[in-house]
Design a protein around this ligand. Structure first.
Ligand SMILES: Cc1cc2nc3c(=O)[nH]c(=O)nc-3n(C[C@H](O)[C@H](O)[C@H](O)COP(=O)(O)OP(=O)(O)OC[C@H]3O[C@@H](n4cnc5c(N)ncnc54)[C@H](O)[C@@H]3O)c2cc1C
Length: 304
């Protein structure tokens, strides 16, 4: 129900007006402005945790808006460089105009990657399953010109086994996640236990590839600590260093673990989302952990 609600424009317009919803959202984002994200990145960096910025929004319906999102990201890259911060960016193809035209979206993506420092990655998010083919071709095309572009793959999709196998020989940098959209059982594992197991199988493939191609990045976008323990044990027995294992988590979730991983020598990064278009993104965070609904409800009665 929550994942369906994430797509509902009527609910979106109403939710943003309620103070208690905005208070609950602040648990997962430091604020709506870029300056809030920059301040959060600075605090994380003091704890040796890197960051990844994502400017919230998706399914842009108008070319001028897609252009303005692109310009925003270009400004972000310059601001990060000025500070300087260990911050990368992660972009959504539909926010850059994929629904309007593949060429338009590619042009925007290319501008962003071309401005990014070659030592830093521009990550591409993976959205609902009907966008996977288009996102993969955008990624392959960009990778031919720029090695510093990374792609998110979702362990809940059956097809990801083949997609990963075709990308690893290209020295692709991958962020593996479980997947956050509502998908039918003919495209995605319906049972969480199967998603988790597939995640582990795919993670092992990524780590073996990382061993033979040290410059690629193998990033694990999950808060699942038992799963991360299995992955780190496999990495250690495969002869990888702790720093080769990159864990990416979301701002506001498992903060103590993010710090512990960084202290122990793993590469720890936090995805910092900001911007005013937080509705669909926030509802997906609620769907991931129904207990978060209590947290929203508590904010309803918090008048401080
Ligand atoms: C850096 C990053 C980038 C991502 N990019 C994408 C993307 O491009 N495309 C995509 O489809 N998905 C993306 N996701 C979301 C991902 O697919 C999962 O929906 C999300 O990470 C929750 O799954 P999990 O792996 O943490 O495991 P789960 O098994 O869902 O959770 C494990 C534990 O983590 C904690 N936890 C998880 N989620 C929450 C939450 N919302 N609130 C509080 N606690 C929580 C709980 O303690 C839970 O028991 C991304 C996630 C991260 C961390």
């Amino acid at each position: 129900m929550l994942l369906a609600a994430a797509q509902n424009a009527w609910l979106r317009d109403r939710a943003a007006k309620h103070k208690f919803v905005r208070r609950a959202v602040s648990r997962f984002m430091p604020g709506e402005d870029l300056t809030d994200a920059l301040a959060a990145a600075q605090r994380l960096q003091e704890k040796h945790i890197g960051s990844i910025f994502t400017y919230l929004g998706e399914n842009t319906k108008d070319a001028a808006e897609a252009q303005s999102v692109t310009e925003h990201y270009l400004e972000v890259l310059l601001r990060i460089r000025e500070q300087p911060l260990q911050t990368e960016v992660s972009v959504k193809p539909t926010q850059l105009g994929l629904d309007l035209s593949t060429e338009l979206c590619y042009g925007h993506l290319r501008q962003i990657v071309a401005l990014e420092h070659p030592q830093r990655m521009v990550w591409i998010d993976m959205e609902a399953s009907n966008y996977v083919d288009a996102t993969l071709s955008l990624y392959r095309r960009t990778l031919q010109e720029f090695p510093n572009v990374g792609l998110c793959l979702q362990a809940y999709l059956y097809r990801t086994t083949d997609d990963l196998a075709s990308l690893l020989p290209l020295r692709a940098s991958i962020r593996l996640v479980k997947g956050a959209y509502s998908e039918p059982p003919d495209v995605a594992f319906p049972r969480k236990v199967d998603v988790d197991e597939n995640y582990f199988v795919l993670a092992k493939e990524m780590l073996l590839a990382k061993k033979s191609q040290p410059r690629m990045r193998a990033a694990f976008g999950t808060h699942d600590m038992p799963l991360l323990r299995r992955i780190s044990e496999f990495a250690a027995t495969s002869g990888l260093r702790k720093g080769d294992l990159e864990v990416q988590m979301l701002y506001g979730i498992q903060g103590a673990e993010q710090e512990r991983l960084a202290r122990e020598g793993y590469t720890s990064r936090v995805l910092v989302a900001y911007g005013s278009h937080w509705y669909a993104w926030f509802i997906r965070r609620l769907a991931e952990r129904p207990a978060n609904l209590w947290f929203v409800a508590r904010n309803l009665f918090d008048f401080s």
